[in-house]
Structure formats: structure tokens, C-alpha cells
Design a protein around this ligand. Structure first.
Ligand code: NAD
Ligand code: UD1
Length: 336
């Protein structure tokens, strides 16, 4: 079966390309390289041992999308392309809406216009659609009330997909709400390597490993948690991507049209300080850090219930916090 991976040269999408090829899917990749590097293409070819079909295209360019679907027999989309900075989503609302919402709508329209009997769609959503927790762990029935514009765009894309399901018998859709993916592929060739200054925690830890001159800024020391630093549900990127392929295989097996939402988190929370400590221990290094003021909008604590995805898809995380820290560091050293 032919699958289009949008954002397939980015952090999560590149891992999906590897796993889909391993599972014998025929993969087409599009990416506009706004937050990734073209070298990832050769790393993907090295890991998979095959040529990757890649097109530098923007998901907002409907003409190009039409052509890709006309030229290739694509039945499904794994949709990773998107803008993910919570901070920038506020100051660049137009761009975030255009990419995350209109871009998703284009992809739905283009797949819908094909004559494919069944249409498959897996969407990268985020735990931030839930907003402030009424209870923890968040399960998929928790009400959704995003606290930031990035979360609003993800929720709006989810609604577009739900409406597509409600009005079309031939669509099979899974929305995956990610918690905090970290770690890198075991080849250490691909990992989280954004353009510009990273905002997420792990890339900032990596660039603060002694003797690097940078210091990690820990945003707040007096959050309402056991050690004062925020608690997150870190999930290894390889486990996260296995969840996608299980989701796709589930859709292919089901006889009815489907719309399901699953959390993708381990169900276990660790604090920022615990992550740093584990990173230092497993890699035998020191991370320089200092406390700074709280980051606007950061929740003190959230983690996932993974019950639904375990029950329905048989997904279970296999890699632990140490594996996440080890692979992140090996990838970083390899890239330098
Ligand atoms: P990433 O930035 O590494 O990957 C996204 C890729 O999409 C990049 O390669 C970028 O160049 C590409 N892209 C961006 N805009 C595009 C456009 N208009 N047209 C074509 N390509 C475009 O991010 P990631 O961490 O791999 O995240 C993948 C998806 O998962 C995103 O949609 C993100 O919102 C979502 N997500 C990520 C996290 C996380 O912590 N990494 C958590 C929750 C949800
Ligand atoms: C946020 C979003 C999440 C989104 C993700 C993608 C919310 C509630 N969560 O996750 O949905 O998918 O961004 O970008 O909006 N930290 C530091 N110093 C740093 C960087 C981070 O102390 O330099 C701390 C943060 O305060 C946070 C934790 O590390 O508590 C994790 O931060 P980050 O990696 O940015 O992810 P989230 O904010 O949890």
C-alpha cells in the first residue's frame, strides 16, 4: 500500500518513514524543509538501504499535492507536517493556522478526490489539546480546551477529520495525541535536529552538556510538583512511531469506517530534574543548568493514560527514560 508521509524529513516523520518501509509500505515523502535538513534524506536512504521518493513541497500547495496523488497510487496519509512552537503560535497566528489547519484541509481534500475505495489518515495531534487537567492521567475522554494557539490549531484539525469521517463512509482515521517525544533512532543518524534555536527540553539539554558553553535554563523551580520542576510524560520516538504503524494496520484490518483518538504517552511522569539526572548518569556527563523564571503557559504536571491504545492496538512502550537519554546523546555526538 502507498502512503504519503508529510513532514517526513522532520524529527518524528523521518522515524515513521523508516518503520513504514520496514513494514513493506511504499512511502512517498513531502517536506518543505522549513524545520528540517535535506541531509536527512540520505540518512533515511542509508538506514533503509533504498531510494526514498521525496518531493520538496508545501502542504498548502494544492496543485503540487494534486499532482503527487495523480502520479502515485496513494491510499493513505501519515500527516506530520506542521508548526509546533507553542510560543511562536501566538505571535504568528496566521502562519500557524494556515499550515496546521488549512494544510490539513488540503490533504483531506486531495485524498478525498481520489477514487480510492478506502482512505486512510493518521494525524499528529498533541496532548496540549486537553488544556488544564481536570484529572490525571488525561484519558481520551478528558474535555478539550487548549491553553495556547498551537493547541487550538491541532484541535481544529482534529475537528476537520471528525467531520470528514461523519460525512464519508470510505474514510478511516486515527488521531494520535502525543505527550513528550524524545530520543533518537538506534542508528543515531536521525533524531531531533530542528532549524534555529530549539525550544523543546531535550535539544536544549544536549547543547548544555559540559564543556559546551550554553546553560540549560530550567523554567521555574517552584512548580507545584515534588521537586519544584515540571513533570512530563516522556516517550521514546521509536515507541511513538510503532504506535503509528499499529494504528495504520488496525485501520487496514477494520471493516467499518473508523474515527478513533489515542493518547501516545507511557503513562509515567518524570520531572525535568529527574530527566537531567538520568541523562547525566546514563551518559557519564554533566549538564550545566540554571533556574530561570517560569515559561508562560507551562503546566506543572501532566501525563497520559495509555490504557486505550494498549487495549485496542496492543501498544506498549518498550524503551525507558535511560534509553531515551542514551540515544539522544549518541545522536547528538554523531551529528557534531
Ligand atoms: P518537526 O518540525 O521536526 O517536523 C515537521 C516537519 O514538517 C519538518 O520537517 C518541516 O520542515 C515540515 N513542514 C513544516 N511545515 C510544512 C509545510 N507547510 N509543508 C510541508 N512540510 C512542512 O516536528 P516533529 O517534532 O517531527 O513534529 C511532527 C508533528 O507532530 C507536528 O505536526 C507537531 O505539531 C506534532 N507534535 C510534535 C510533538 C513534539 O514534541 N515533537 C508533540 C506533539 C505533536
Ligand atoms: C509543549 C506542548 C506540547 C507540544 C510540545 C511541542 C503544552 C502543554 N505542551 O510541550 O503539546 O506538542 O510543546 O513543542 O503546551 N523546559 C525547560 N527549559 C527548556 C525547555 C523546556 O525547563 O529550555 C521545560 C518546560 O518548562 C517544560 C518541559 O521542560 O516543563 C518540557 O518542555 P517542552 O519540551 O518544550 O515540551 P512541553 O512544553 O511539555
Amino acid at each position: 500500500m502507498n502512503i504519503l508521509v508529510t513532514g517526513g524529513l522532520g524529527y518524528l516523520g523521518s522515524h515513521a518513514v523508516v518503520e513504514l518501509i520496514k513494514q513493506k509500505y511504499k512511502v512517498f515523502v513531502i517536506d518543505n524543509l522549513s524545520n528540517s535538513h535535506i541531509q536527512n534524506l540520505s540518512y533515511l536512504e542509508k538506514i533503509t538501504g533504498q531510494k526514498i521518493e521525496f518531493l520538496n513541497a508545501d502542504i498548502r500547495d494544492k496543485k503540487k499535492l494534486d499532482k503527487i496523488f495523480k502520479d502515485n497510487d496513494i491510499s493513505g496519509i501519515m500527516h506530520f507536517a506542521g508548526l509546533k512552537s507553542v510560543k511562536k503560535s501566538d505571535s504568528e497566528r496566521g502562519e500557524y493556522y494556515d499550515v496546521n489547519v488549512n494544510g490539513t484541509k488540503n490533504l483531506i481534500d486531495v485524498l478525498n478526490n481520489t477514487k480510492k475505495e478506502k482512505k486512510y489518515f493518521i494525524f499528529s495531534s498533541s496532548a496540549c489539546v486537553y488544556g488544564k487537567p481536570n484529572y490525571l492521567p488525561y484519558d481520551e475522554n478528558h474535555n478539550v480546551e487548549p491553553e495556547n494557539f498551537y493547541g487550538e490549531t491541532k484541535l481544529e484539525a482534529e475537528i476537520l477529520l471528525k467531520n470528514t469521517y461523519l460525512t464519508h463512509e470510505d474514510w478511516k482515521i486515527i488521531v494520535l495525541r502525543y505527550f513528550n517525544p524524545i530520543g533518537a533512532h538506534h542508528s543515531f543518524l536521525i533524531g531531533d535536529s530542528p532549524r534555529g534555536k530549539p525550544e523543546n527540553l531535550m535539544p536544549n539539554i544536549l547543547s548544555a552538556v559540559y564543556p559546551e558553553k550554553n546553560k540549560l535554563k530550567i523554567f521555574g523551580s517552584n512548580h507545584d510538583t515534588f521537586d519544584g520542576t515540571p513533570v512530563r510524560d516522556f516517550i521514546h520516538v521509536e515507541d511513538l512511531i510503532k504506535g503509528h504503524v499499529l494504528a495504520l494496520n488496525f485501520l487496514r484490518k477494520s471493516t467499518k469506517h473508523v474515527y478513533e483518538v489515542f493518547n501516545l504517552g507511557t503513562g509515567e511522569g518524570f520531572s525535568v530534574l529527574q530527566l537531567i539526572k538520568s541523562f547525566e548518569e546514563v551518559n557519564g556527563v554533566k549538564v550545566s543548568f540554571e533556574f530561570s523564571k517560569k515559561r508562560k503557559g507551562d503546566l506543572p504536571i501532566y501525563f497520559s493514560s495509555a490504557k486505550k491504545i494498549t487495549k485496542m492496538l496492543g501498544w506498549k512502550p518498550k524503551l525507558n527514560l535511560k534509553d531515551m537519554c542514551k540515544s539522544s546523546w549518541e545522536f547528538y555526538k554523531n551529528k557534531k
